[in-house]
Ligand binder design. Structure first.
Ligand code: NAG
Length: 366
């Protein structure tokens, strides 16, 4: 602890000498506070100390998560694999999602996280994960965005066209061979139940499990051009296709590889390049390959759409029924709406999992 304080003092001196005036003052006032309040500093990572680190190292923008230990009856060999993407813009969401999973799990030490990150994004993100979750078992995989860049067609929302959005298609190819099953999760959600229940779903020979929505108008997801082309529309022959959201999926990665699913999804993306057969991003090619051929799980595992539609400022309420996972799919994200002081009611469900140190932001603004 004393060594850490000494380093902090030295670093803040360096910061004070090398940064422009506003930070200079902050560094000095933090240092004064540190010297005036030594007792605070001995009780773990205190606010004062955190502020110094904030002004020195910008990675340290998240609070450290508490330690979560296995309950009784957890078998150390039953690992749950969870895959998510890592992206500067959604990092706050990823941190909240991870925290929510650990917090509601009976066996939080049994998780292994697999983070997919584009080659162009900052390597500092992974050190940020380690400092926020020092005990987390995780790996980071580099997703080469060149692999998909030329295959992406413009959708109705720019955010959907980010290469990382397509990384889930390549998940089975990227993840280490020893992983047989994985839960893929978007970064704009929190889990409020033990995700082991979802993990244990019987896939009944299917390659993927997800909540299925058979009342949604499936026609809408594809253009007239698609439906009027007999050869294309025939792809749904012999199955009852229903919408599913690709933000929460249990995937049998072995089967995915074996069936060459990546290539099949890519083939539809190539068709989209030629003829505009759908309007959204990575979802429709998934539907083309898999809709009507997945294992349906309870809707409680994806209360989606809480980001609202593509219309700014539109709040959605929760669907009736039990909830195990809350998902802000759509344009609005809870952290942005909370920061803007115009949150939707559902955003208050996300707030308790936010590890972002907003107190520092205010401190620096003063
Ligand atoms: C579904 O959407 C299509 C096109 O948007 C529309 O023509 C059709 O009437 C809708 N079907 C139902 C059952 O609402």
């Amino acid at each position: 602890m004393y060594i850490a304080i000494a380093i902090a003092i030295i670093l803040s001196f360096i910061a004070a000498m090398t940064t422009p005036l506003p930070l200079n003052r902050d560094g000095l006032s933090s240092l004064l506070l540190l010297l005036l309040l030594p007792s605070l500093c001995l009780t773990g990572l205190t606010l004062t100390e955190a502020r110094i680190w904030r002004s020195v190292a910008f990675e340290n923008v998240f609070r450290e998560a508490p330690v979560y230990n296995n309950g009784k009856g957890c078998s150390p060999s039953s690992t749950i694999h969870v895959a998510m993407t890592l992206d500067e813009n959604y990092l706050r969401g990823t941190m909240a999602a991870v925290l929510s999973i650990l917090q509601h799990s009976m066996c939080p030490e049994n998780f292994e996280f697999h983070f997919l990150q584009t080659s162009s994004s900052s390597p500092r993100i992974s050190s940020c994960i380690s400092s926020t979750f020092p005990y987390l078992n995780f790996r980071v995989y580099r997703f080469d965005s060149n692999r998909v860049q030329g295959k992406i067609s413009r959708s109705i929302r720019q955010a959907l066209d980010q290469p990382l959005n397509y990384a889930r298609i390549y998940l089975a190819d990227l993840i280490m061979d020893s992983v047989k099953r994985v839960i893929y999760l978007d970064s704009d959600l929190v889990v409020v139940d033990d995700i082991a229940k979802l993990w244990r779903v019987d896939l009944e020979g299917k390659v993927l499990a997800a909540p299925e929505y058979c009342h949604a108008n499936f026609t809408m997801y594809f253009t007239d051009r698609f439906w009027s082309d007999q050869r294309l529309a025939r792809t749904f022959e012999g199955r009852r296709p229903c919408y599913f959201n690709t933000g929460v999926m249990v995937v049998d990665v072995e089967k995915w590889r074996h069936l060459g699913m990546t290539q099949r999804v890519e083939e539809w993306m190539a068709v989209q390049k030629q003829k505009r057969i759908y309007l959204l991003g990575s979802l429709p090619p998934f539907l083309l390959v898999l809709a009507g051929n997945i294992k349906a799980v309870d809707h409680r595992w994806n209360q989606h759409g809480l980001g609202g539609d593509n219309i700014e400022g539109k709040c959605r309420s929760l669907h009736p029924g039990p909830i195990s996972l809350v998902h802000w799919s759509g344009k609005g994200k809870p952290w942005l709406r909370l920061d803007s002081r115009k949150p939707c009611i559902v955003d208050h469900l996300w707030a308790p999992y936010d590890l972002y140190r907003s107190e520092n932001k205010h401190f620096l603004e003063e």
